[in-house]
Design a protein around this ligand. Structure first.
Ligand code: ZN
Length: 457
């Protein structure tokens, strides 16, 4: 049964009532740096707060061996000691509604040189309506939005009638193994919402990604007889130009890929790191490039990988006639892209929820970056709604998320939870959800913002 206008208004009011707490929780998450393999303290916070909500808790360490057997797993170059997923499960008394996964990743990318930030990446300052910090946008605000959206439904005096799993996963920024591990553990549902920073829009399609390292061999000599040596760093530049040709070849095919035709440059090859040589006065014997390349949905990682390794095997000689030995190894993502097929019930429900809050149609778009949505779509046939707030400079300096956008996204997700899972009036309304000043009657808050956020001076 669709929500009544009264139920809808109560949910929206409950989001507003919890919003100060939600932003404070988001700030606390940002203040706990969770770069790769250091997610522990952030996961502690999520675990404790989900447990305090009475959810059935699960926390486990990722198992590289179990993951390695799966074709969509990323290569692992770090120890997974202490790298854990957290899932909190809500089970209705009688499960009559549709089930839902609310998924967010807890890992953040490195902050880079801190002196390039206007403040500390870990202070979670609020300025001019934006919350700053590494992971603020990507995607601690989204993870918090999912948790507080779920709260709002219950604080509105409603009980979802479908099962809900709140997932906080690791490894989204490098392998996608966190969400994959949750799927392998048995978590499935009728739909998944992932509140990544997507500018108040829904992701229609996205690319797959492969991470790899190319090692180029040289021949070391003293620089006085440099011409008899072979400089691996110079050779690596040449290898890179050949890989750029492959990148352009793939971009030239964009017209063949639905939803990618209008993107300027959907396939990006990024050189993320370069290392090589041993010191300044020897012709370097080795050079390594850490690379990331995208692939269209429908292109199997195996096929893309074959194209890369065949190119390297056939690279032959550089422009000056030196034979080049270049080999590639996988270092992370080995992921296919996905398309969210149009017309799913889940998308329809989100469209309606979005319209209720934003007063306009939900827009969809194609993004040339990796998303964990592929785990659910590719390996479980679950429609993945990647939908979240406005952000700026994710992966850059002064990453920030729009607080007003977070508020609306939280309201839209709360309405979606209620619409999708179904609700019934609950006997035990949480007391703190009722505003005593209005004698238990909640104000209607569409378009109003009674929430005051304290700005950092
Ligand atoms: Zn993200």
């Amino acid at each position: 049964m669709p929500l009544s206008p009264d139920q809808r208004d109560r949910i929206l009011a409950a989001v507003a009532a919890g919003f100060d707490d939600q932003i404070a929780f988001t700030q606390e998450l940002v203040r706990r740096p969770s770069t790769r393999t250091r997610e522990g303290t952030s996961q502690d916070l999520v675990f404790d707060s989900l447990r305090a909500r009475g959810l059935e808790m699960d926390r486990w360490q990722l198992d590289p061996q179990e993951l390695a057997a799966h074709p969509g797993a990323g290569a692992v170059e770090v120890s997974y000691e202490g790298v854990e997923n957290v899932v909190g499960t809500y089970r209705p008394a009688a499960e009559t509604g549709r089930s839902l996964i609310l998924n967010g990743h807890i890992d953040v990318v490195p902050e880079g040189p801190e002196d390039q930030w206007s403040g500390s990446p870990w202070n979670a300052e609020i300025r001019g309506g934006w919350l700053y910090g590494r992971g603020a946008g990507d995607m601690k605000a989204g993870l918090a939005a999912a948790i507080f959206a779920f709260d709002a439904v219950r604080n509105a005096g409603l009980s979802p009638t479908g099962r809900i799993h709140v997932q906080s996963v690791a490894e989204e920024e490098c392998t996608g193994n966190g969400s994959l591990a949750a799927l392998l553990r048995g978590y499935t549902a009728d739909a998944v919402v992932i509140p990544e920073p997507e500018e108040d829009m829904l992701v229609r399609a996205n690319v797959g990604v492969i991470w790899f390292r190319v090692r180029v061999a040289g021949h070391p000599t003293h620089p006085r007889e440099m011409s008899s040596g072979f400089n691996a760093i110079d050779a690596a530049y040449y290898v890179l130009t050949r890989l750029r040709e492959l990148e352009e070849e793939w971009n030239a095919e964009k017209g063949l890929h639905r939803y990618f035709e209008d993107l300027d440059h959907p396939i990006n090859l990024n050189v993320g790191r370069i290392s090589g040589g041993d010191w300044g006065s020897s012709v370097p014997a080795w050079c390594e490039l850490d690379l990331r390349i995208a692939l269209y949905p429908g292109t199997a990682p195996d096929d893309a990988w074959r194209a890369i390794t065949q190119l390297l095997a056939g690279i032959g000689k550089d422009e000056s006639g030196h034979p080049i030995l270049a080999t590639a190894t996988r270092t992370g993502f080995y992921a296919e892209g996905y398309v969210l097929e149009e017309g799913s019930d889940a998308e329809d429900a989100l469209r309606e929820s979005h319209r209720q809050v934003f007063g306009e149609e939900l827009k969809t778009f194609t993004t040339p970056g990796y998303l964990d949505g592929r785990v659910f779509v590719q390996y479980a046939g679950i429609p993945a709604l990647v939908y979240g707030p406005v952000s700026e400079a994710i992966h850059g300096f002064d990453e920030r998320v729009s607080i007003e956008s977070v508020r609306r996204i939280t309201q839209a997700i709360a309405l979606f939870i209620a619409e999708w899972c179904g609700v019934e009036e609950s006997a035990d309304v949480c007391a703190h959800s009722l505003d005593s000043k209005t004698g238990g009657e909640l104000p209607v808050l569409l378009g109003e913002h009674p929430v005051t956020i304290e700005e950092t001076p």
